[in-house]
Ligand binder design. Structure first.
Ligand SMILES: Cc1cc2nc3c(=O)[nH]c(=O)nc-3n(C[C@H](O)[C@H](O)[C@H](O)COP(=O)(O)OP(=O)(O)OC[C@H]3O[C@@H](n4cnc5c(N)ncnc54)[C@H](O)[C@@H]3O)c2cc1C
Length: 502
C-alpha cells in the first residue's frame, strides 16, 4: 500500500513510498504524476466500546468479513443498520439456523427505498445488443431517473413537495413490509435525502424472522461473552459484527502527502475544517496529483462510477500538456480553488444535506460537507469536459531534454484498485538520465527477451517499450526494467507477429 508521497519540486516528480502489506517491506518509486483511486469507503470505522478487548467470541468489521466465520447456531450481535448491514443481515438471518439469533443494534433510521429486481426479456436484451443506440438510450433513461432525484434536495417548496412523496413512499413501504413492533424504530424523522437513501428488497421482510431482533438500545459495554446495553441488559453474544461504516472524513488516510514547500495535505485540510479540492479532483500546492472520488465530487442520487469516470476524463485532459512534454507540472491556482469551493459550499447551504442530520458526508466537528457536489451530475460532467486553463499554473523546467519528456510521459503512476505504480525505481531513473547505451545493445536485449530476433525498431510505435528504449538509447538495466515491468511477453510476441506482417 502507499504510505507517503513527497513532491520533489526540482525534478517535478512525486517520490512515493509503498509498503508490502505481507512482508512489511517498504520501497520507493518516483513518478511525475500520481492518481489516487483509494476510494473513501474502505477504511473501517469501529466504535471504541468499553471492554471490547475482553470479548472472547469472533468479531470483525463487515468490510473485513471473516471468510471462515460459521454463523449457524450462534448468537450474533450486529452493530449498526446502514447500507452494509441492510445488505448482509437478511442473509445472516437465513444462515443462523433455528438455534441461532441475530440481534441488531440500530442507532438511527434510514430512508429505505424499495429496490426492484426486474427480469429482462430476451427480446429486450437483443434490442440492446443489436439496435443502434438502444443501450445508450436505456442508460440515459436510467441515469435521468437517478438524476431527477436531485430536485428533491432543494430546500424550497418544490423540493419539499418531492420529499413529501419520498416520505410517504418510505413510510408505506415500512408499514407494508416490516413487523408492527419495529415500525416506529424504522421510520426516519429527518429530511429525506439528508443521509444517503438505503435501497433494499429484503431487509424489512427479514425482520419477521423469529431469529431476528432489532433494538435501538445502544451497547455501552462488552464482556467476554455478552454485550451490555444502556438499559443495563446483558445480552449473550458468540460473535460481534461491526457494520459501523467507514472513516469517511479521514481523506487519503493514513498516507502522508507533502506537496510544494513541504506542505502537508492533512494540515491544509485540517486548517480548512475538512478536505477540499478544485472540481473535487486537484488541490493547490499539490501538482500533478489527481484524486478520484475526491472531496465534493460525489452525489446523493447518482452512481459513484459516473463521477469517477468524469474525474478520470478530466484528469486525462489536464494531463495532456504534461504527457505531450509541453510542461512538467500542472497545478490549480489558489484563487481558482477558493472560488470553486466558495461556490460549492454556498450552494450546499440550500440543499437538504446540510439540513441538520449527521451523515457520513459531514465532518462531525466542523459540520463541513466534504462529499457532495451541489448540482446534478450532468452539470459536473459538462464542467469537467472543458478545463478552464486560466485556473491552472503550468510549469516547464528549462533543463529538461526532449528525451526525458518522452520517458516521463510514459511513467505516469496510476494508483488504481489500491495503488499500482508504473514508475521508475529511484535508481533506475538516475541511470536513465546518465544512459550511454547503444541501439545494438537494446536490440540484443529485446532479442533475448523475445527468444528470436525482433522486427526492426521503427516498426514499434512511440509508446512501445522497445521503441522508447531505442529512441532513448537506453542502457542494459533500463531495458531490462522496461521489459520486465511493462512487457507482457504474450502481448509483446503478438505485437511482434503483427508488426512483422505489416
Ligand atoms: C455498503 C456500501 C454500499 C454502497 N453502495 C453503492 C451504490 O449503490 N452505488 C455506488 O455508486 N456506490 C456505492 N458504494 C460506494 C462504493 O464505495 C463505490 O461505488 C466504489 O467502491 C468506489 O470505488 P473506488 O474504486 O473509488 O474505491 P474502493 O472500491 O473503495 O477501492 C479502493 C481500493 O484502494 C485500496 N487502498 C486504500 N488505501 C490504500 C493505500 N494507501 N494504498 C494502496 N491501496 C489502498 C483499498 O484497499 C481498495 O482496494 C457503496 C459502498 C458501500 C460500503
Amino acid at each position: 500500500m502507499c504510505i507517503d508521497m513527497t513532491w520533489d519540486d526540482t525534478r517535478s516528480l512525486w517520490v512515493v513510498t509503498f509498503q508490502d502489506t505481507n512482508s512489511g517491506e517498504t520501497f520507493k518509486r518516483t513518478a511525475p504524476v500520481v492518481v489516487s483511486a483509494i476510494g473513501t469507503l474502505d477504511r473501517p470505522s469501529v466504535p471504541s466500546i468499553e471492554g471490547a478487548d475482553s470479548f472472547q467470541g469472533e468479531t470483525f468489521h463487515s468490510a473485513e468479513w471473516d471468510g471462515n466465520f460459521k454463523p449457524s447456531g450462534k448468537r450474533i450481535t450486529v452493530v449498526g443498520n446502514g447500507a452494509s448491514a441492510t445488505q448482509f443481515v437478511p442473509e445472516l438471518v437465513k444462515s443462523v439456523g433455528p438455534k441461532g439469533r441475530v440481534t441488531q443494534h440500530a442507532r438511527s433510521s434510514h430512508w429505505w427505498t424499495k429496490r426492484g429486481n426486474p427480469t429482462y426479456s430476451e427480446a429486450f436484451k437483443l434490442t440492446l445488443k443489436y439496435v443502434p443506440l438502444a443501450a445508450r438510450l436505456y442508460r440515459f433513461v436510467l441515469a435521468w431517473q437517478l438524476e431527477s432525484i436531485f430536485f428533491s434536495f432543494y430546500m424550497d417548496s418544490n423540493g419539499a413537495a418531492m420529499r413529501q412523496k419520498i416520505r410517504e413512499a418510505t413510510y408505506s413501504y415500512i408499514e407494508e413490509e416490516a413487523p408492527a413492533r419495529y415500525r416506529e424504530i424504522l421510520k426516519p424523522d429527518y429530511e429525506p435525502g439528508c443521509k444517503r437513501r438505503v435501497n433494499t428488497a429484503t431487509y424489512l421482510k427479514c425482520l419477521h424472522s423469529p431469529q431476528m431482533q432489532l433494538t435501538k438500545d445502544a451497547i455501552v459495554k462488552i464482556g467476554p461473552g455478552y454485550v451490555e446495553t444502556n438499559r443495563g441488559e446483558k445480552l449473550p453474544a458468540d460473535a460481534i459484527i461491526y457494520a459501523t461504516g467507514f472513516q469517511t472524513q479521514k481523506w487519503l488516510f493514513p498516507m502522508k502527502i507533502k506537496g510544494v514547500d513541504g506542505k502537508d495535505i492533512h494540515d491544509v485540510w485540517d486548517a480548512a475544517g475538512g478536505a477540499e479540492a478544485y472540481k473535487g479532483t486537484v488541490v493547490s500546492d499539490f501538482p500533478n496529483f489527481f484524486i478520484l472520488y475526491g472531496p465534493n465530487a460525489a452525489s446523493g442520487q447518482h452512481s459513484v462510477i459516473f463521477h469517477s469516470e468524469c474525474q478520470i476524463n478530466y484528469s486525462c485532459r489536464l494531463l495532456r500538456p504534461v504527457l505531450k512534454g509541453n510542461t512538467d507540472s500542472i497545478m490549480v491556482k489558489h484563487e481558482a480553488q477558493k472560488r470553486d469551493l466558495s461556490w460549492v459550499h454556498e450552494k450546499l447551504q440550500h440543499l437538504v444535506f446540510n439540513s441538520g442530520c449527521q451523515s457520513w458526508w459531514m465532518n462531525p466537528v466542523s459540520k463541513k460537507n466534504t462529499f457532495i457536489y451541489p448540482d446534478p451530475m450532468y452539470k459536473y460532467w459538462l464542467r469537467t469536459i472543458f478545463p478552464r486553463w486560466s485556473d491552472f499554473r503550468l510549469r516547464k523546467s528549462e533543463k529538461r531534454s526532449v528525451k526525458r519528456y518522452l520517458v516521463l510521459g510514459c511513467l505516469v503512476a496510476v494508483v488504481a484498485t489500491g495503488y499500482i505504480s508504473i514508475g521508475a525505481q529511484d535508481g533506475t531513473t538516475t541511470k536513465m538520465e546518465k544512459s550511454t547505451g547503444s541501439k545494438e545493445k537494446v536490440a540484443e536485449l529485446v532479442a533475448q527477451y523475445y527468444g528470436a530476433a525482433p522486427p526492426p525498431y521503427f516498426m514499434f510505435p512511440d509508446e512501445h517499450p522497445y521503441g522508447i528504449c531505442w529512441r532513448m538509447g537506453a542502457d542494459e538495466d533500463y531495458v531490462s526494467f522496461f521489459l520486465n515491468r511493462w512487457g507482457n511477453k504474450t502481448n509483446a510476441m503478438e505485437f511482434h507477429e503483427k508488426s512483422g506482417k505489416e
